[in-house]
Structures are given as structure tokens and as C-alpha cells.
Design a protein around this ligand. Structure first.
Ligand code: SAH
Ligand code: SF4
Ligand code: F3S
Length: 448
């Protein structure tokens, strides 16, 4: 069935990280201010925006596939406007246009305020682009439109001043800049008033947060957010191992509503690789940090990111990564094989010399080991009672809800009379390597 396309409606398709998801909320707010309204579906939209991720090669491939589909849609819907925004155009610049004739305009992560102008220019027959960095832009004063009413993202900084050799982010998001402390706190206050139960503070490297007004650091910010939202769960991501401070860890330990989960990407278990990656710490230092965290926060859950097959990686470096995983026993890891990104430090100075089959074999070994560890840890939770914030209906059955523990483990449990947004105790009865399964624990729920 052909749907009616409404000229001033838009649909955003978001790829990539949580920062991009948060940005899509900002874009939605900005577009609404200018009289555009969200479309129910892509088929009905007059404007389609792809908010893109450039971090790995396959992320870019996915966008290309998507654009091919949109080309078909454009033939059927005359006047449909397609904008590609976010990290990929920022990184590929005007060359991006040659990927697909479906693209009408480009905008980088600092240029979302220009979207209405760009759309007008397309309607006037141009194919415009707006890709300048603006290191003052934090989208202050924009009240983002959020998905759902339980969990909210609150960006506390944008950009990244590190230069990890593999990483394109500094080139797609520009210089680091922190949001003012007072505006983070007032956003949190508003979320609490609207009934949000979970707040995640976001930044590429939250530990280098520095309040532009009074220089307050991330530990101070977390402490204040925790007090402002005592009934909500507070999370944050991502931390860089070289910057996570003891003060921060102590703050986490001191406040019950700050979740005892730290995502601390390590990338490799070999100091030699960490040096080539320009990560700014040795593996010994990383292990010491984890030991400190575990001594200050008993029961803390640690997760990480791993890259297999970075430039110059030898078999013994790979073994060191496997050893690290066995020793630390992370709850979960995001695992990737290295893909060279043009313009990065590695692309300019190092040779991408690990053959693809070797990268993939190493990655598979890492995944197999980590899955085994995750499964053991999750099996170890069977028989325990955990506190869960119910987020949504389970994908498999309307008789079940899905939620998370404070340590970010996914729990699927019998719905009974519980509603999303409620916090309850769940008795874990079985587990896979990624999900705990259980039922409400009535005895415990009666007490709380
Ligand atoms: N700012 C975050 C992570 C940003 S990208 C941090 O510093 O930790 C998320 C993850 O993608 C990285 O931690 C890394 O594991 C992975 N990644 C980044 N660039 C990559 C590349 N070129 N190839 C493969 N994985 C990459
Ligand atoms: Fe996020 Fe990085 Fe992807 Fe940009 S490139 S969307 S910052 S993951
Ligand atoms: Fe920055 Fe993280 Fe890369 S801190 S340089 S984005 S891996």
C-alpha cells in the first residue's frame, strides 16, 4: 500500500553509539522547533536523516546498503529528501556524495542547528553540506526529545582529545568540550520530575570531564547527580583507563544509587600493543586499577572492549589478551577485529599487517573464551535474588518483562502484575551467557 508522504515530516535512522542516539534526540527537538514533525514511519516521511557511525569499516558499509534502499524509495516518493549526518560525512567530507545519488545534503555532529537551512537549500535545488567543527557547541538550551520514559541519556561532554591510534572519533567529533555543571544538574532535575528511573551520563571519555564554569571534575559531578536523583539509578560511559581516578571509584562506593558497573575498555592485554595504540598506560597499570576498583567496590561488575589484530600484533600479544580475559573475568566484552580507518594515527604511521584470516581467528578465540567466562559468571548467579528495573516487555513473550540489574546484567522474568518502570527483586532460576532468567521473589518484594 502506498502511504501518504507529508512534506514536513522527518524520520531519523540512528546508527552507532549512545552518543549518536542522544544526538538524534537533539535533532528531533531542533526540527520540531522549526515546525517539522516526526513521521510514524520511514514510508511516510518527507525527510529521512541517517545519523551515522564511522568507527569501524562495517558501520560505513551498512550505511551504503541503506542508501541503496533509499534510492528505490526516492523513485516512488517524489520530493523525498535524504540527509546523511553525524560521523561518516564528518569523516568523508564531500566525497560522501559520490557514494549514492540518493544523498541530498550532509551535516556534521556540530552542525545540527543548520538542518532547517540545509533542507531549505535542498528545496531550492542545491546539494549543500555543513561540516565545520564548532568546539563551543554543546547544544545548550535544547531540550532533547527522548525515547521511552524510564531511561534517559544525558551527554556531559562531546568530542575527544585523545589520539588512540586506531580511532576515528577525534576526527569525527572534534575537540573535547564539557557541558556546564549547572546545566547537567538542571537536566537531571527535570528528568527526575518527569519520573525517569535511570540516567546514563555520556561522553567519549567521561573521566576527563571538566566543568567550563568552575572546573569541577567528573567525581564531583557524579556525586551531585547522585544527590539530585536519589531514587534513580545512575550510570556513566565511557571511562578511559588512564583517567579513571580513585576519587571517582570512592564516589561510586559511597552512593547506593550509583551503579556498581564500570565499562573500562582495555583493547589489548599486551603493553606493547597498548603503546602502539597510544593508550597511555601499561597492562600492569590497568590490572592495578582493576584491583583498586575491586578493593573499594566489592561486587563491582567490569566490562570492556577488545580489538583483535591491531597493527603489528604477534601471537604472544594475542595470548596476553586471552590471559587478561581469563584473569580478570569481565562480565561482558565488546569484541572487534581491527579495521583501519583512513586519517587515523595508525593509518598514517603503522602497517595494517595482520592478515584478515588471522584477525578473524584471533577474534573468534577471544569471543569463545569470553562467552565461556560470561556464561560461568551468569550461571553463578542462579539461585540468587537480584534487584531489577523493568524496562520493557520481553521480545519472546508478552508474559515476561525484560530489565537490568544495577550491574547492567539483562534479566528476563515472569511478568505477573509488574509494570515497566518498577523496581523489584527477582529470583534467578537459570541463565545463558548473556541473560539471567527468573521470577519475582515475593518474599523479598514484600520486605522492600
Ligand atoms: N570512547 C570510547 C570508545 C569509542 S569507540 C573509548 O575510548 O573507550 C568504541 C570501541 O570501538 C572502542 O573501544 C574500540 O574497541 C572499538 N574500535 C574503535 N576503533 C576501531 C577500529 N578502527 N577497529 C576496530 N575496532 C575499533
Ligand atoms: Fe559514536 Fe564513534 Fe560512531 Fe561517532 S564514530 S557515532 S562517536 S561510535
Ligand atoms: Fe577517544 Fe576513545 Fe578513541 S577516548 S581516541 S574515542 S578509543
Amino acid at each position: 500500500m502506498m502511504r501518504t508522504v507529508v512534506r514536513n515530516t522527518f524520520y531519523i535512522h540512528t546508527f552507532g553509539c549512545q552518543m549518536n542516539q542522544a544526538d538524534s534526540g537533539i535533532i528531533t527537538a531542533l526540527m520540531r522547533q522549526e515546525g517539522y514533525s516526526p513521521a510514524e514511519s520511514e514510508d511516510e516521511a518527507g525527510i529521512i536523516l541517517l545519523n551515522t557511525c564511522a568507527v569501524r569499516e562495517n558501520a560505513v558499509d551498512r550505511i551504503e546498503n541503506y542508501l541503496q534502499r533509499l534510492q528505490g524509495l526516492k523513485k516512488r516518493h517524489k520530493g523525498l529528501i535524504v540527509g546523511v549526518v553525524g560521523c561518516v560525512p564528518q569523516f568523508q567530507k564531500e566525497e560522501m556524495f559520490s557514494i549514492s545519488p540518493a544523498i541530498d545534503f550532509l551535516a556534521g555532529p556540530d552542525k545540527y542547528r543548520s538542518l532547517p537551512l540545509l533542507i531549505e537549500q535542498v528545496r531550492a535545488g542545491l546539494r549543500p553540506l555543513s561540516l565545520e567543527f564548532n568546539s563551543a557547541e554543546t547544544y545548550e538550551g535544547i531540550d532533547p526529545v527522548r525515547q521511552g520514559s524510564i531511561s534517559a541519556f544525558v551527554p556531559v561532554m562531546r568530542g575527544c582529545n585523545n589520539m588512540c591510534a586506531f580511532c576515528v572519533v577525534p576526527f569525527t567529533r572534534g575537540r573535547e568540550r564539557s557541558h556546564p555543571f549547572t546545566s547537567v544538574i538542571s537536566e537531571v532535575r527535570q528528568l527526575v520530575a518527569s519520573g525517569y528511573r535511570e540516567i546514563t551520563l555520556l561522553g567519549q571519555n567521561v573521566n576527563s570531564y571538566s566543568d567550563p564554569e568552575e572546573g569541577r571534575n567528573f567525581a564531583v559531578l557524579l556525586d551531585a547527580v547522585s544527590r539530585e536523583a536519589p531514587m534513580a539509578r545512575i550510570r556513566f560511559t565511557t571511562s578511559h583507563p588512564k583517567d579513571i581516578s580513585e576519587a571517582l571509584v570512592r564516589t561510586l562506593a559511597d552512593h547506593p544509587n550509583l551503579c556498581n558497573h564500570i565499562h573500562l575498555p582495555v583493547q589489548s592485554g599486551s603493553t606493547r600493543m597498548l603503546e602502539l595504540m597510544n593508550r597511555g598506560h601499561t597492562i600492569q597499570e590497568y590490572r592495578e586499577k582493576l584491583a583498586l576498583i575491586r578493593s573499594i567496590i566489592p561486587g563491582v561488575v567490569l566490562t570492556t572492549d577488545i580489538i583483535a589484530g591491531f597493527c603489528g600484533e604477534q601471537e604472544d600479544d594475542h595470548q596476553a589478551t586471552l590471559e587478561l580475559l581469563s584473569d580478570v573475568r569481565f562480565d561482558l566484552a565488546y569484541m572487534f577485529f581491527y579495521s583501519e580507518r583512513p586519517g587515523t594515527l595508525a593509518a598514517r604511521t603503522l602497517e595494517d599487517d595482520v592478515p584478515e584470516p588471522v584477525k578473524k581467528r584471533r577474534l573468534q578465540e577471544i569471543i569463545d573464551l569470553q562467552n565461556r567466562i560470561s556464561e560461568e559468571l551468569y550461571q553463578g548467579a542462579v539461585g540468587t535474588v537480584v534487584e531489577v528495573l523493568a524496562e520493557s516487555e520481553s521480545k519472546r513473550s508478552s508474559q515476561q518483562l525484560m530489565g537490568r540489574t544495577a550491574t547492567n546484567r539483562v534479566v528476563v522474568f515472569d511478568r505477573e502484575h509488574y509494570q515497566t518502570g518498577e523496581r523489584l527483586n527477582v529470583l534467578i532460576t537459570s541463565a545463558t551467557s548473556a541473560t539471567l532468567i527468573g521470577k519475582p521473589d515475593h518474599a523479598a518484594n514484600h520486605v522492600v
